[in-house]
Design a protein around this ligand. Structure first.
Ligand code: ZN
Length: 72
């Protein structure tokens, strides 16, 4: 399951290991060996890693960049 979350400031990205700043958005996702699966381990990814992995993108909307997570 994928879920867009808001960081408490204590979350680290599981891909790049950087701390996700307080109130920054991040994605929690169940993955096993890099593949999304319901029974996989819960991973947290920062915005940059979500974009790299294709789980999120920035769209231009009325001249503003809007982040979209791809969640079910
Ligand atoms: Zn990251």
């Amino acid at each position: 399951m994928r879920q867009g979350c808001i960081s408490s400031g204590e979350i680290h990205c599981d891909a790049c290991q950087s701390k996700i700043p307080y109130l920054e958005r991040y994605l929690s996702i169940n993955e096993e060996d890099g593949v999304e699966t319901a029974g996989g381990e819960l991973q947290h990814y920062c915005i940059n890693c979500c974009i790299k992995k294709g789980y999120a993108l920035y769209r231009e909307e009325k001249g503003e960049k809007v982040l979209t997570f791809f969640t079910e």
